[in-house]
Every structure is written in structure tokens, then in C-alpha cells.
Design a protein around this ligand. Structure first.
Ligand SMILES: [Ca+2]
Ligand SMILES: [Ca+2]
Length: 132
């Protein structure tokens, strides 16, 4: 069973506003979470970013740009959605499995605190879709 999207939108109001600075022109896949990007982080509290502007439902072939030997798949521990669109993060490859939604501006500083179907979402994400 999939979690209800509404149940996880609360992730956007969790404590800890991200302090990372944006720049005028964001560069995707540079390991810096900039304006208009959707970012996942290997560490809690927004450290080690993988930054996107498009959907990517196959994290198994993504590494963290500034830590290239570390794969994104099953390693995400915090999230910040700076994209103007809502984003759904999936537990399994191909946009399947459990999922958690992040409205534009939504974030979660520690996915251990985001519970979906009785388990937390830490080290689980395998892809995301972006849709306005
Ligand atoms: Ca960037
Ligand atoms: Ca997974």
C-alpha cells in the first residue's frame, strides 16, 4: 500500500530551515542546492547535496557530485525542494514503492522523522518525480 500524499506534506514544516544560499543562476548536478532545484542529501541537515531540476526515477546511476564514489540510491537522509513544483520521492526504482511528497519550498532535515507505512524514509529513496 502507498502512503497518502497528504500524510507526508507535513515534512515541509519540520524544524530546521535550510541555511544554504542560492545563486542567481543555478547549475544542476554541481552538488550545490540552488534556487529552483530539488535537492536530496546524503547527510541529515542538508549536507552532501545531489541537485536536480528534472525528474529522475533511477538513483542507482547517480552519485553525489562532490562525493563521486557515493551513490545516491538508498542513501538520502534529508531533502529540500527549492523547485517551483511539487516533488514526489519514491522508495523504489522507476517511481514505485512507498512515496513522500514535498510541496515547493518543502523540506525535511532528517528523514528518520518521516514515517511512511510504519517505517522511516531514511536511506530509502530511489528516485523522484517533479510535476506542477
Ligand atoms: Ca546546483
Ligand atoms: Ca530504495
Amino acid at each position: 500500500m502507498k502512503a497518502k500524499l497528504a500524510a507526508v506534506l507535513a515534512a515541509g514544516v519540520m524544524a530546521g530551515v535550510p541555511l544554504l544560499a542560492g545563486t542567481a543562476s543555478a547549475t544542476v548536478d554541481n552538488g550545490v542546492c540552488e534556487a529552483d532545484e530539488f535537492c536530496v542529501f546524503r547527510q541529515i541537515d542538508y549536507d552532501w547535496a545531489a541537485d536536480f531540476k528534472a525528474s529522475d526515477t533511477h538513483y542507482y546511476n547517480n552519485s553525489y557530485p562532490l562525493h563521486s564514489s557515493y551513490l545516491v540510491n538508498d542513501s538520502v537522509s534529508s531533502v529540500w525542494n527549492r523547485n517551483p513544483c511539487a516533488v514526489v520521492l519514491y522508495s523504489d526504482d522507476g517511481g514505485t514503492g512507498d512515496y513522500v511528497g514535498f510541496l515547493s519550498g518543502g523540506y525535511a532535515s532528517d528523514l528518520r522523522d518521516v514515517t511512511v507505512n510504519g517505517h522511516d524514509f531514511n536511506n530509502l529513496a530511489s528516485g523522484h518525480s517533479i510535476a506542477c
